[in-house]
Each structure stands twice: as structure tokens, then as C-alpha cells.
Design a protein around this ligand. Sequence first.
Ligand code: FAD
Length: 520
Amino acid sequence: MSSAIIWFRKCLRLHDNPALCEIINDDQITSMLPIFILDPEIFGVQFEKFGNNRLRFLCENLDDLNSRIQSKSDNSLIIFWGSPQDAIQSLKSILGDHLKLLSSDYCSEPHGRKISELLSKDSSIQSHFHPATHTLLDLDKTLLQPGFKNPKSMKDIEKIFALMYPRDAEGFFKIPHPLAEPANLKNSPEGFSPKKVSSNFAGEVHSVNSLKNKFSELGFLKTTAENFYFRGGETEALARLERKVSSRQDFVNSFRKPKTTSTNLPENPMEPSTTGLSPYIATGSLSVKRLWMEVERANREGPHSGPPESLHGQLLFREMFYLLSLSVPNWDSDQDNTMCKKIKWGEKDETKLSAWKDGQTGFPLLDALMRQLDSTGWMHHLGRHAVSCFLTRGQLWQHWQEGRNVFEQRLLDSDWALNNANWLWLSGVAPFSMPYFRLYNPCPDGKSSLNVDAVDAGFIRHWVPELKNFPVKYIYEPHLAPLKVQEHAGCVIGKDYPKPIVDRKLAAKENLARFKASLN
Ligand SMILES: Cc1cc2nc3c(=O)[nH]c(=O)nc-3n(C[C@H](O)[C@H](O)[C@H](O)COP(=O)(O)OP(=O)(O)OC[C@H]3O[C@@H](n4cnc5c(N)ncnc54)[C@H](O)[C@@H]3O)c2cc1C
């Protein structure tokens, strides 16, 4: 009679889950315990690192995972709130020698790696952290390849892929197929009760329901209808994959990221013009391999776009940033980070930062995007370009880490490797950045590479209702509208909606000069 722990870490799903399959396929293992750990190092001691929306999304993920587990076994998800080492230790003290295996997914973040190493040192239990679960590449194995060099472009990462997954006759990388969801799971060990765990653990032990109650008591999970546009969980992830990718061969094959609209679909200001799958990939409720394969399936059917603009191109960027986040020390810092130029950013300016964060800058596109982020936890990639450029090298001259922190708390797809990578990219400090002097106009027209809806501007009207009756001609730069037009639209700038917090052209000129001076 042997038991195993399946620790759902960055992989909140039953499909394509190597750690779970290891337990299911091992005949020596007769029972299992599914766990999730709320590690204060990751979430914050009082969950301060996670905004309301992220916590709500996480609870939905756990709820769905729990239901799926319950439908295939007598098990329920056990949630620990405390240190991972203590959580495993408490289970060991209850199950004793019966506990043979801890199976989980590989984590590349510094803290995650440290925990994996500590647990692997414990000789009383085997610990397996399965690589290439959250990424397509086995990151450690890739870094160890002779002659490995940090990738800095799409060409570089394609070369690395060709080495790790040589191309087939049609030119597709031979990436292993995702694993199927097990038909049945294993039951809990005989006589096991989660109550026993509580008395053995220094932190708190919860079921999904008691965690939701706890979060509500703490004042989290306050929501509005718009918060729910993205629902968490594997069930929703697979449904969205089908709706946005698997059933839309033409969309997939003609996908060119720079052509997608930053202001969502014109007929629906809530719905992304891209796949909107990032929250599911980030939480691991959707396997990145599964998405890759669905795209490949469409691509094999006929002519299709290619990297860097295609959907495969987007996923290759993701892999490139994951590799860099592991190989480059101090990835999240501007100190001793070889991928970050030293720039003398301005003093932290709370007034400017609050206006940016709260969608009160007086620049309607940026305000709409930041309000969308606050409300739904998501923003289009080009929207992220616009707001991050504005905050840093463009207009406000604030350190990229300030924006990074806000995104980390609010994005449903918040991901340490990717969020830092993209802030390095957009603030102009990385070798893979666009030239620092190429700025986005925060008041775009229909020709801007930000691809805004300049016909009806429904996105702006939805998220900045103060401007709901403004004529489209002035809606992206409303302070330029004659007073009569403002009065007629029921929105006087400076009274009903803020004036721009900076002179955008003057600020851009000054900041470009500062950036240039920092490079010398
Ligand atoms: C300042 C800034 C911060 C960002 N922070 C994050 C973050 O914390 N987490 C995150 O997942 N993405 C981040 N991105 C990248 C990107 O904006 C999102 O991945 C994308 O908008 C998600 O929408 P989608 O799923 O519709 O993307 P799609 O265009 O449909 O792409 C499919 C998938 O490819 C991956 N992907 C796409 N673009 C990128 C990219 N530039 N870098 C890495 N992966 C990418 C995502 O997993 C995405 O779900 C950030 C971008 C910027 C400019």
C-alpha cells in the first residue's frame, strides 16, 4: 500500500499533466492526495501580492479543479496556507512510510527552484518535478546544450527549437504530444481525514469552500459583473480554446499579431481580438503544448502566417523569455542584470503613478485600458505597449518596476518571467527592445500601429463613460475639442474628465533626451 502526493503548482489541470500521469500509471501506488499550497512567499503574507481579481480567478480555478478531481475519485483538493516544506512534512507525519512519492511540475522562478531543491534533498520521500510542463522546452536541459547562447530574437529562439525539437518534413518542430486526461484518478489513502492534517500543520488547511469563505471574510472577492468576463478553471480554458482556436482555422492561419486590434472587438468591448488564453496558460489550467498542437493542426491544413507574427510566434516569444528568466541573473532587477541598461529614471511620483494606475491621466485610450485592466484583469498586448511606453520612456519617466508591480498584482495572466521580460522590452532597456526613440502616440488615430477602433470608439465609450457622447473626431484627444462640442457632449474637460496630466509632445522630447544622456 503506497501513497503519493500530487502537488498542483503551476499546472492547475488534469489534461497534459505529467506529474499526475506518473502517479496514475504507477501500479505500485494505490492511493493519492491532491494538494495546492498558498505559499506566503508567492502570495504575500496577507495576499497583498494578489489583487482582488487574481484571487477570484484563482478560487474559480481551484473550484473547477476540485470538481474535476471529485468526479474521478473520492478525493478532494486539500489547500495549505503556509510553507510548502511544512505542508509536505505534515502529510509525511500522518502517512509515515506509506508515503512514497511527491509528484509536481517544475518551477523556474528563483523561489520555486529553491523549494524544489529543498524538498528533493529529503531522502525519506522521492520528489519528482516534471520539466516541460509549463513550457514547451525543458529549460534546464536547453541551457545545458553545448554552445547555448541567450536568445535575443525570433531567429535565435527558432534555432534553439530546431536543436531541441528537429523539424519534420513539413517544417514543423517535433514537439511531444500533450498527454490525455486520465479516465480515473486514485482515491485517498484508507482512513485518511484532512482534519488530521490541520492538527499537524502550523498554517491553515482548507477545502475550496472554506477558502472561499475565508477570502470573503478577509474582504477579498468583492466583484462586479465585469470582473467575471474571464472565468477561471480548466473547463472554461478548454471551452475558450475550442471557441477561439480549434474551431477557427482561418483565424489561426491568418493570425498576425501586429494587425490585431488593441481596443478589443468593435462589437464587444470586452472580447479580445487575440485568443485571450493567457490567463489560462499562466495559471496552467490550459497546457501550452495543447495550444501549440491546436495551432499546428490548423497550420497543417493550408497556407498560414509564420513567426514572429503568428500564434506559434507568440508562444516562441514566451519560451524565449522563460529561458532568459532562468539564465539571466537578477531578471527582475535593474541591478546586475545583463539584459537591462542602466537608465536614470525619475523620482517616484505618486501623483503621476496614481493617475496612470486609476485611469485618470486625461488620455482616453490609456485610461480606458487601465480601467479595463483593473476591472477584468486583462489588456491587449498593444494596449500594454501603449501604457508601459507612456509610463516609462514616453511621457512619465517612471521606473519600469513601478508599472511591473501594478501589472503583477492586477493581471490574471501575471507571470514573473513574462511580465519582467515585457517591461524590460517596452521600457527600451533590453537588447530585444525596440529602438528607445520609437514612441507610441497616446492619442492615436485610425492609422496608428496601436490599431485602435477610430470608427465608433466603442471601447473608449464603454470604459470611459464620461466621454460616451463625444464625437469620434475628438475622442482620443478630447481637450482639443472646442468648448461648445464638450458642452454638447455633456463632458467638459477639466471638470467632468481630467485634462492631460502632461504635455505629451514636450514630455516625450525631454524624456528622449534623458534616455540618450543615460546611455553615454
Ligand atoms: C508590459 C507588458 C507586460 C506583460 N506581462 C505579461 C504577463 O505577466 N503574462 C503574460 O502571459 N503575458 C504578458 N505580456 C505579453 C502579452 O501581452 C500577453 O501574453 C498577451 O497579450 C495575452 O493575450 P492573448 O492570450 O490573447 O495572446 P495571443 O496573442 O493570443 O498569444 C497566445 C499566447 O502567447 C503568449 N504570448 C503572447 N505574447 C507574448 C509576449 N509578448 N510575451 C510572452 N508570451 C506571449 C501568451 O501565453 C498568450 O496567451 C505582457 C506584455 C507587456 C507589453
